[in-house]
Each structure stands twice: as structure tokens, then as C-alpha cells.
Design a protein around this ligand. Structure first.
Ligand code: ADP
Ligand code: ADP
Length: 224
């Protein structure tokens, strides 16, 4: 089992890099934000509960989020592992994940922090467009699709998320960055943390993440 956690502020590039890692590692990309958006489209109780928090730029409560994530990791396609994107987002979630994995003889093999300074995040998020079908991320200027308004990978239409409006972006950054710090400290203390410079172009960030994973697999890299 290979369990990789991608850490980063909103807009750091977790979704973008998770897609690359999924192809490289052959394990599913599990994004709690995508699970909430899918649940909302299906109007399930979890989706409806999450909506108010997402619209306000706040985190959905830990108990709901942890239950949803554990259900997802229990599905057969995650038996060999997963790349987690957007989970854990609090220290409580991080400890719950450790306990869930320990009960199955596993652990978080690598927690990869994509480090982007706060001042770059507003431009990343306000220019973000994602596809209807699978949430593949693009950026109006930094990573445009080949055909405007259309996903390169599956041809579905691109849209801007409700929570990528300027007011909600500010609320998300204001309320979520302290929790990210707590999660980063959690993985620094377990020794799983590796940090890459997320200001570099997408391909260079991918290469740095690949190198960090190889170092973890070889057991050669020291702490971040
Ligand atoms: P997250 O999942 O961490 O919120 P995304 O992967 O959705 O972040 O990326 C946020 C936005 O920034 C998207 O518009 C994406 O195209 C763009 N982006 C991602 N990585 C980079 C990068 N290295 N340089 C410039 N823009 C990037
Ligand atoms: P981003 O890609 O910008 O980081 P996500 O798609 O991961 O955003 O998450 C969107 C929203 O979904 C978050 O602002 C939050 O309300 C909710 N959410 C996602 N993951 C979690 C989580 N692990 N814990 C609590 N809330 C979450």
C-alpha cells in the first residue's frame, strides 16, 4: 500500500500535481473537495451539509469529512493506496488518518508540501477553470487549455468554481492557512514531510515531487 498526501494552500497546485502522480504511481487520486462537489450535485445529505461551509470558505466539520474519506479509502480501487489531495486539512484529520491506516498495517508514506507564498494564491485561484466531467484544473493565463473553454483531456466544458470568487478566496485563505501549518507540523514530527517549491512551472514542480518520492522510496532523504 502506498499512501501519499499532497499538502498545500488553496491554489498551490495539489489537483494539478495529483493528476500527474496518479498516472505515475497507478493509484487513485482522492480529493475531498471533489467528493463534496460530487455529493452536492447528487444532493446527498453530506453534499447539502458541506455546501454552507464551502460557500463561506470554511472547512467542513472534521467528523463528516473523516467519515467520507474513510468510506472512499475503503473502496476496492484504493486497496493498493491513494494520493490524497485536500485531506488532511486539520491536525484532527491527520491523526484520524494515521489511526485508520495503522489499523490496516499502513501509514502515510510521504506528505509532500507544495509551498507557494500567500501572495501568489489569489492570482492562481481567481484564474482557475476546471472541467465539469472530472475537475481537471486549468488557468486562464498560467495553464490555458488548447481550446478555450474546453478540457484538453475529456472535452468537457470548463467552469469557474463558486468559491473561486474574490470574496470567498479571501475567506478561504484567512480561515485555512493556520490549519495547514498544523498539518505540516504533524508530518514534520512523523518524518514524512518533504517540501517542494511550488512557484516553479508545473513541469518542474512535477519533477521535484517525483524526486522527493524516489528519495522516500529509497529511504535516502532526510527530513524536510
Ligand atoms: P489546488 O488543488 O492546490 O487548489 P490547483 O491544482 O487547482 O490547486 O491549481 C490552482 C490554479 O493554479 C489552477 O488554475 C492551475 O492551473 C494553476 N497552477 C497549478 N500549478 C501551477 C504552477 N506551478 N504554476 C502556475 N500555475 C499553476
Ligand atoms: P482547493 O483546491 O482550492 O484547495 P478543495 O476543492 O480542496 O479546494 O476544497 C474546497 C472546499 O471543500 C474547502 O474550502 C472546504 O470547504 C471543503 N473541504 C475540502 N477538503 C476538506 C477537508 N479535508 N476538511 C474540511 N473541509 C474540506
Amino acid at each position: 500500500m502506498m499512501l501519499v498526501v499532497l499538502l498545500g494552500a488553496p491554489g498551490a497546485g495539489k489537483g494539478t500535481q495529483a493528476a500527474v502522480l496518479r498516472d505515475r504511481l497507478g493509484i487513485p487520486h482522492v480529493a475531498t473537495g471533489d467528493l463534496f462537489r460530487t455529493a452536492l450535485r447528487a444532493a446527498t445529505p453530506i453534499g447539502l451539509e458541506a455546501k454552507a461551509y464551502m460557500d463561506a470558505g470554511q472547512l467542513v466539520p472534521d467528523d463528516v469529512t473523516i467519515r467520507m474519506l474513510e468510506e472512499r479509502l475503503g473502496r476496492p480501487d484504493a486497496a493498493a493506496g491513494a494520493i490524497l489531495d485536500g485531506f488532511p486539512r486539520t491536525a484532527v484529520q491527520a491523526r484520524a488518518l494515521d489511526a485508520f491506516l495503522a489499523a490496516r498495517g499502513g501509514r502515510v508514506d510521504a506528505a509532500l508540501l507544495i509551498d507557494v507564498p500567500a501572495e501568489d494564491l489569489v492570482a492562481r485561484l481567481s484564474g482557475r477553470w476546471i472541467c465539469r466531467a472530472a475537475g481537471h484544473p486549468y488557468h486562464a493565463t498560467m495553464n490555458p487549455p488548447r481550446v478555450a473553454g474546453t478540457c484538453d483531456l475529456d472535452g468537457s466544458p470548463l467552469y469557474q468554481r463558486d468559491d473561486d470568487r474574490p470574496e470567498t478566496i479571501r475567506a478561504r485563505l484567512a480561515s485555512q492557512l493556520a490549519d495547514l501549518d498544523a498539518v505540516v507540523e504533524h508530518y514534520r514530527s512523523t518524518g514524512a514531510l518533504r517540501t517542494v517549491d511550488g512557484r516553479e512551472p508545473i513541469g518542474e514542480v512535477s519533477a521535484a515531487l517525483g524526486a522527493a518520492l524516489e528519495a522516500v522510496a529509497a529511504g535516502t532523504s532526510g527530513r524536510a
